[in-house]
Design a protein around this ligand. Sequence first.
Ligand code: NAD
Length: 303
Amino acid sequence: MMFKNITIAGGGVLGSQIAFQTAYFGYEVKLYDINEDAVKAADEKLDKLVARYTEFFGDQSKAESARKRISTTVNLEDALQDSDLLIEAVPEKKEIKVDFYTQVAKVAPEKTIFATNSSTMVPSDFAEYTGRPEKFLALHFANEVWKNNTGEVMGHAGTDKKYEEEVLKFAESIGLIPLHVLKETPGYILNSILVPFLEAGKKLYISGVADIETIDKTWMAATGMNMGPFGALDVIGLNTDYHITLANAEKNDDELLLKFANLMKEEYIDKGNLGVSTGKGFYTYPNPSFKSEDFIVRLGQEK
Ligand code: NAD
């Protein structure tokens, strides 16, 4: 194993999962977040992940040991002490990430490789702020890391290939399927497919073509998939998706998408309904209507 100490920055939806997955596979993990409240929220997420990992892997003592290998801190320098790899999972906003890399470049040890988990931005957007462009790349996780275990590794033109290889090996060592994206592209492989799919659902809804359940039902019934775009948005988290939707709406001057972003903010996010993580989003959990037996009635299965 090349790496020993791993630092995660940002203990939100993805950062907490990445921290847990990494610790579960034996690494020492330090999780950094911006203030005491955010660290407390991250600790709570990590505590809940003990149950999720136990349920998924069937080994409670291993999940409990993993939790003990993660320490949380608001001190960036402490978080990076002797760090082999930093995985950044701070909010999907360019200014926040630029500011983060500018700070981290000043305090990280020379050996530390930096990996961004950004879903919509590319390493070349930040390389110049890292102070180590050759050791900077993306390692992109999917939500519910333990189950959806893709690890997309993508450098920018100035990344040294040997670090891409090392991070691919690291990804494999934490139970991910290592996927080498050979050429920098926004959205990697996953989001090049997922984002247009979600946008199509949003536009059908906001332009009044069909309601949320009908859109999801059509997709699920016709393809055999187990959720539609709105069920997927609840899993991703409305907060994360809101930033992506807003950025794309503004970039492409897309009025429909902007209208949908505003709806997400006013009707859901401002009311604390962020999706599965809060028990309510477009659907209500733990028993959303799209999972009920009568949501899709197939021929030969009528009651
Ligand atoms: P989130 O909003 O749930 O969490 C972000 C965390 O970063 C919060 O805990 C926040 O307190 C913290 N933070 C804010 N400013 C910070 C700073 N300067 N330094 C350190 N921490 C800071 O967001 P998320 O959904 O976990 O997304 C994080 C990253 O992961 C984004 O780049 C996103 O594109 C990517 N990602 C998200 C998903 C997903 O499904 N949610 C999937 C793949 C990748």
